[in-house]
Design a protein around this ligand. Sequence first.
Ligand SMILES: [Zn+2]
Length: 180
Amino acid sequence: MEMLKLLPKILDAEKLARKHSIIEGSLLLSSLNEVSQYKNSKDATVTGSFKFYRDKNKRVFIDGVINTELQLTCQRCMQPVLYPIASKFTLACIDNQEQEEQLSEQHESVLLNNGKLAVFDMLQEEILLAMPIVAYHDVKDCTGITNYSCKDKSGNSDRCSQKTSNSKNPFAILKHLKCD
Ligand SMILES: [Zn+2]
């Protein structure tokens, strides 16, 4: 596999959009202050691909994809769990807050500074947005699961399999706890 080059801290979004450029690269998670605590090793990276373009109103847009793996804490056993993050997003670039108010609500926006994009801030923001509210191991990998009774009041153990199928939904467990 080709080595991805390092993403720069700043990109000239206006210029890249004029040329319909695609920027790809990677970055150490440790260089992103707010998410560096979630790295699972010191050389853990985030990779990204960003397409710059302008819409018919000449507004600059970015279509981005980021991929990384974060080490979060499983809320069942309180042990580390590796969580893949794969996020796709479209950002409308704005130069000031006034423009943000003019934007239709379906667009997430990013503030440029004289046409320049703060790449690290954008990555950090998108990783935080893509992070789950709570993380769990798969049921089969979680040591905390033995603390839960798999039997309901009638001694039926069907709920174990139910829990497995719900494990993708972070709220399933919370709901389960509440109902008990
Ligand atoms: Zn666990």
